[in-house]
Structures are given as structure tokens and as C-alpha cells.
Ligand binder design. Structure first.
Ligand code: NAI
Length: 338
């Protein structure tokens, strides 16, 4: 699955010259719907040499199971009281801890539960793995990334190059949905998605993809809507049993693989991710997802959104005010926290 292939944001890759680098990954929330398949996929990534699986319940069992897979990553599970040990020495911390949404909720619905979980995990990360690359999956990403950043700032260890909101599922869905419309192969159908990670804050830049040529009018609107609200299809189909877990695990493993390839010195690893960004700072928007080049220290270069169609300008205009509110909500949450 981690075969060498053309550099695509939707394809998992290995990078042979650096495969020997030690890369320990901690998964916080490893016992959950996303955490379990994500941990399994990370175990199959040849670039991952160590796996710390932590959850408030069930992680040792998941770790025992996954550890039997005959790949190099040394895998260990940690109980609730062992968060410090789980984080010790981790270079990459992936966080799918939280509660998933139910039918009727949107992924930006303010969830104090997730906000508190992320705040507490940020505190532990600041204390035990302050140098790690942190990949936030817990929703609402538009708010949980600012929450994590504010806690790191309180501890004096915030490095904006090392904190990422995982928006890869939007990229993966765009690729799949567009290829369905156009009859192309998903792996040849890369789409840049910018903005944030919920509803109208998700802005797919279809005009920058030659594969999307000719998709106009109602089919264009339907495709954009499906990309923005793709998560709803899963929430409804699971009928109260949770939200996207398997596709999210795939997307999370893909993004972690990209981050590690960048850390290992591979050049030209570029993918959308939600980071502290200068692009719309003049409008009071501190965090934004756009194509980011990943390097040995994390964020190497933040790309601008590039040229937009008139429709994309409209989508962006709808995204920015919402995104601004979501970010402010996260920052406010930490200000009001003990
Ligand atoms: P789940 O309920 O199946 O799993 C969550 C896991 O987190 C559980 O095992 C739980 O014990 C654990 N947990 C709770 N508090 C914890 C803590 N303080 N420390 C460590 N672990 C803790 O939920 P699921 O479906 O895996 O979703 C997890 C999160 O991911 C949710 O916030 C969900 O909204 C989000 N999500 C994000 C997506 C994205 O694209 N970024 C896509 C889909 C879901």
C-alpha cells in the first residue's frame, strides 16, 4: 500500500533513502473508531519505526493485536495513567481522541467535550513531547487547532511549523467524488482544498484541476456540496453509530506519511493542511488550510491559494467569516479555561 508512485497527495508513498530514520509516532485516542484502523495503517507504514498507542480505554488490547503484524514499527499500548510515557520520545503525535458527531450535528458544532479533551492532551504534549509534530484529527478542527496552539503558547513551546489540522479527508473525498463524475482514476484526480474543515469553510479548487474541466452549472454545485458535506453521508448511513472512521484513518495515515517524508528530507512533499498561516491574517484569520510544503522542521512553505474562478471567489467569501468565528471560539475556550 505504501508503494512508490508519482507524488500525489492522495497516494501513500515510501521514501527509500530515508527509510532507516527512527520515527516514533504516538496515537492519542488509539482505541476509537478512527484510532484503531489508523494505528493499523501506521503499523504498515515502513517509515514508522515505533508506535505508542494511548487511549483512556482499550489501547493495550489494540496494541497487542496490531503488534503481531510483521512490520518493523515497535508497538506498545498505554493505559489512561500512562500518557506521559506514551508521549515520551514521540516525534509525531496524531490525535483522533474525542467524541464523533451524531445525525443532526455538523462537524463544526461546538463540542465542549472535544475542546476539553484536546486542551488536556495539548497540556500533556507541551510537557512530554514539546518538539513533536502534532496532527489534529479531533473535530471541530477549525477550533481544536487554535485550542492546541493556545495551550502550547501558555507553556512557551508553540512552534507554528509543527502544528497541523488534518484536512486530508477533504482532499481524498474530492479526488473520489470528482473521479466518479468524470470517469477518471482517483489517483490521477488530485484536488487542492483550501479554507477550513467543516461545511462551507471547505473550498475545493476544482478550476486548478484539468480533470474538472467541463464540470459546470448544477453538476459543479452538486459536486462542491458533496465535497463540503461528504461527512454527512457517512453520519446518516451509520445512523447514530458515529462518523467517518475508516476513510478518515486512511486520510490520517496518508497525511502522517507526508509529514514523515518531509521530516526525512524528501523534497517536494506538498499537501493541503490547516496551519497558522499569513494568507488571510490581514482579515483577522490566523489559521488557514492551503497547500503546504513539508520539510525537516514541519511547515517549510505555505503556498497561496493561486488563481481562483469566480465561483471559488464566492466560496472563499462564504468560508472566511465562518472560519474566523470558529478560530475565535477555540481561542476564547482556552482563555476561559482554568
Ligand atoms: P470514537 O468515539 O470512536 O473514538 C474516540 C476515542 O477517543 C475513544 O476510544 C475514546 O476512548 C478516546 N478518548 C476520549 N477521551 C480521550 C482522552 N482524553 N485521551 C485519549 N483518548 C480519549 O470517535 P471517532 O469516530 O474515532 O472520532 C474521533 C474524533 O475524530 C471526533 O472528534 C470526530 O469528530 C473526529 N473526526 C475528524 C475527522 C477529520 O476529517 N478531521 C473525520 C471524522 C471524525
Amino acid at each position: 500500500m505504501f508503494a512508490r508512485s508519482a507524488l500525489k497527495t492522495t497516494t501513500l508513498r515510501s521514501f527509500s533513502t530515508s527509510a532507516r530514520a527512527e520515527r516514533k509516532v504516538a496515537v492519542l485516542g488509539a482505541g476509537g473508531g478512527i484510532g484503531q484502523p489508523l494505528s493499523l495503517l501506521l503499523k504498515t507504514d515502513p517509515l514508522v519505526t515505533g508506535l505508542s498507542l494511548y487511549d483512556i480505554r482499550g489501547a493495550p488490547g489494540v496494541a497487542a493485536d496490531i503488534s503481531h503484524v510483521n512490520t518493523p514499527a515497535v508497538t506498545k499500548g498505554y493505559e489512561q495513567a500512562d500518557l506521559a510515557s506514551a508521549l515520551a520520545g514521540a516525534e509525531v503525535v496524531v490525535i483522533p481522541a474525542g467524541v464523533p458527531r451524531k445525525p443532526g450535528m455538523t462537524s463544526k458544532t461546538p463540542q465542549n467535550t472535544n475542546a476539553s479533551i484536546v486542551r488536556d492532551l495539548a497540556k500533556a504534549t507541551a510537557e512530554h513531547a514539546p518538539q513533536a509534530m502534532v496532527l489534529i484529527i479531533s473535530n471541530p478542527v477549525n477550533s481544536t487547532v487554535p485550542i492546541f496552539a493556545e495551550v502550547l503558547k501558555k507553556h512557551g513551546v508553540f512552534d507554528p511549523k509543527r502544528l497541523f489540522g488534518v484536512t486530508t479527508l477533504d482532499v481524498v473525498r474530492s479526488s473520489t467524488f470528482l473521479s466518479e463524475v468524470q470517469g477518471t482514476k482517483p489517483k490521477d484526480t488530485d484536488v487542492t482544498v483550501v479554507g477550513g474543515h467543516s461545511g462551507v469553510t471547505i473550498v475545493p479548487l476544482l478550476s486548478q484541476t484539468s480533470v474538472a474541466k467541463g464540470v459546470q452549472g448544477e453538476p459543479y454545485k452538486a459536486l462542491v456540496k458533496r465535497i463540503q458535506f461528504g461527512g454527512d453521508e457517512v453520519v446518516q448511513a451509520k445512523a447514530g453509530a458515529g462518523s467517518a472512521t475508516l476513510s478518515m484513518a486512511y486520510a490520517g495515515a496518508l497525511f502522517a506519511n507526508s509529514v514523515i517524508r518531509g521530516m526525512n528530507g524528501e523534497k517536494g512533499v506538498v499537501t493541503p493542511t490547516f496551519v497558522k498561516s499569513p494568507l488571510y491574517e490581514d482579515q483577522g484569520i490566523e489559521y488557514f488550510s492551503s497547500n503546504v510544503e513539508l520539510g525537516t522542521s514541519g511547515v517549510e512553505k505555505i503556498h497561496s491559494v493561486g488563481s481562483l474562478s469566480a465561483e471559488e471567489e464566492e466560496l472563499l467569501a462564504a468560508c472566511l467569516p465562518d472560519l474566523k468565528k470558529n478560530i475565535a471560539k477555540g481561542i476564547e475556550f482556552v482563555k476561559n479555561s482554568p
